[in-house]
Design a protein around this ligand. Structure first.
Ligand code: UDX
Length: 443
């Protein structure tokens, strides 16, 4: 099939590359020439395991192309995926200007039947706005009898595992009301889904809602566990034992029950806010959602509070090693990363921070620059971050942090103290090395 993907951000690029891998002829459009240049030179503008290989393979095969030419992109695909950004507005609602602009371009230039697919995470009712924008453009051209369909096809890709998630989805959600569009979308995704039950065709608004509901549910589980972790510490229970204890109940399940330094990334914080915003617009109160967000904001400070408890409010003259900057492992994404809040709070109190992250350094330097961040420096490797530091803070659970040399750790740290925001170690074990271990929700 001929596919156009509008927006070569994270979602668009993964979608385009994975669809090309199944034999489709995919043209990816981006208005940012710098991004297209990187792609045309055989690179990718983001860090995502496995993606570079797929992009290169399909580019070489001629099934994956890139352009900044809007007319060419509209002419190319029968299916037009809109995968542009929906950054939060000041009030937390999703900003739809790029989605609507993409829709208008399609309406302005299309000459045959198109299936326009909202892939970006967009509030309930957006498909109607996309339809209206296209209809309006067609009307201007006096071409109102030109047929098109609008579908919602939310993505559930996890950064760091996006290629795998796309190739083997738990489910594909398609919101549509047009028979031909449903047929085409089924055909497009069939190769990825051996089990037909995983293709969930529903009405458009439910599909749009499903995306927010999924992310809000997952964020709720995390905030719930984070809240429980604070209580566990007080009552002398171990949140890790409790996690296994409750997760073994199939009604609860084991996923997304890890207490930590709070959720970050491009989806949970934004989507929880946007859903609450939508609810407010409809006059529906959202006590739970509001609490999920509040608990998460507080959770980002939990490590800082532990540091302050140990060292006092004035951290002048102190140096802290930090392992991990990205909001989670296997990505260089720094959006809403807890590390940013933690570093800011430590620097504010006069401390210095020596941070190491296997891939996010460049991105971290980009988002934390200027005089306010002068106390932050970067290490080339784990050990370098430790040198001369009073204590270590672990913020991202990269695999390479899981089994460190505890002797080296102890010998490098002046105070032999580890604040672990990801509960990576067995408290009994690490303490046998003479290290003071302060984790999340553990006695
Ligand atoms: C998420 C959704 O999982 C995905 O389906 C959606 O399409 C986009 O948003 P992503 O943001 O890539 O994906 O990361 P995810 O692995 O879900 O983690 C989100 C945040 O939650 C991270 O900061 C992570 O550290 C945190 N988290 C996750 C926890 O604190 N505890 C957990 O148990 C799981």
């Amino acid at each position: 099939m001929k596919i156009t993907v509008i927006g070569t951000g994270y979602v668009g690029l993964v979608t385009g590359a994975c669809l090309a891998e199944m034999g489709n002829h995919v043209l990816c459009l981006d208005l940012d020439p710098a991004k297209i240049r990187i792609l045309e030179e055989g690179g990718i503008p983001i860090h995502e395991p496995g993606l570079l290989e797929i992009v290169q393979r399909n580019r070489t095969a001629g099934r994956l192309e890139f352009t900044t030419d809007i007319a060419r992109s509209v002419a190319h695909g029968t299916i037009q995926f809109i995968a542009v950004g929906t950054p939060p507005d000041e009030d937390g609602s999703a900003d739809l200007q790029y989605v609507i602009a993409a829709a208008r371009n399609i309406g302005r230039l299309m000459t045959d039947y198109k299936v326009v697919v909202d892939k970006s995470t967009v509030p309930v009712g957006t498909a109607d706005k996309v339809k209206a924008a296209i209809t309006d453009e067609l009307a201007r051209r006096g071409m109102t009898d030109l047929k098109f369909a609008v579908c919602s096809n939310p993505e559930f890709l996890k950064e760091g595992a996006a290629v795998q998630d796309f190739a083997r989805p738990d489910r594909v959600v398609i919101g549509a009301d047009d028979e031909q569009a449903i047929l085409l979308m089924r055909a497009l995704y069939q190769p990825f889904i051996r089990n037909r039950d995983r293709m969930l065709v529903m009405d458009i608004r439910s599909a749009e809602f499903t995306k927010y509901a999924a992310n809000a549910m997952l964020a709720t589980r995390i905030s719930f566990m984070n809240e429980l972790s604070r209580l566990a510490e007080r009552v002398g229970a171990d949140i890790e034992a409790v996690r296994v204890g409750i997760g073994s109940d199939p009604r609860i399940g084991t996923h997304f029950l890890y207490a930590g330094t709070g959720y970050g990334g491009s989806c949970f914080p934004k989507d929880v806010k946007a859903l609450a915003r939508t609810a407010a617009e409809y006059g529906v109160p959202t006590q739970l959602l509001d609490a999920v967000e509040q608990v998460n904001d507080e959770q980002k400070l939990v490590l800082v509070n532990k540091v302050v408890k140990a060292y006092g409010e004035d951290l002048g003259g102190r140096t802290f090693a930090m392992w991990g900057l990205a909001f989670k492992p296997n990505t260089d994404d720094m959006r809403e990363a807890p590390s940013r809040v933690i570093i800011e709070e430590l620097l504010k109190r006069g401390a210095r921070v020596q941070a190491y992250d296997p891939v996010a350094r460049e991105e971290a330097q980009r988002v934390m620059q200027g005089p306010d961040w002068a106390g932050l420096s970067y290490a080339e490797h784990q050990k370098q971050a430790l040198e001369g530091a009073d204590a270590l803070l672990i913020v991202t659970e990269w695999k390479e942090f899981r089994t460190p040399d505890f002797d080296t750790l102890r010998d490098c740290l002046k105070d032999k103290r580890v604040f672990d925001g990801r509960n990576l170690y067995e408290p009994e074990l690490i303490r046998t090395f003479g290290i003071e271990y302060l984790a999340i929700g553990r006695p």
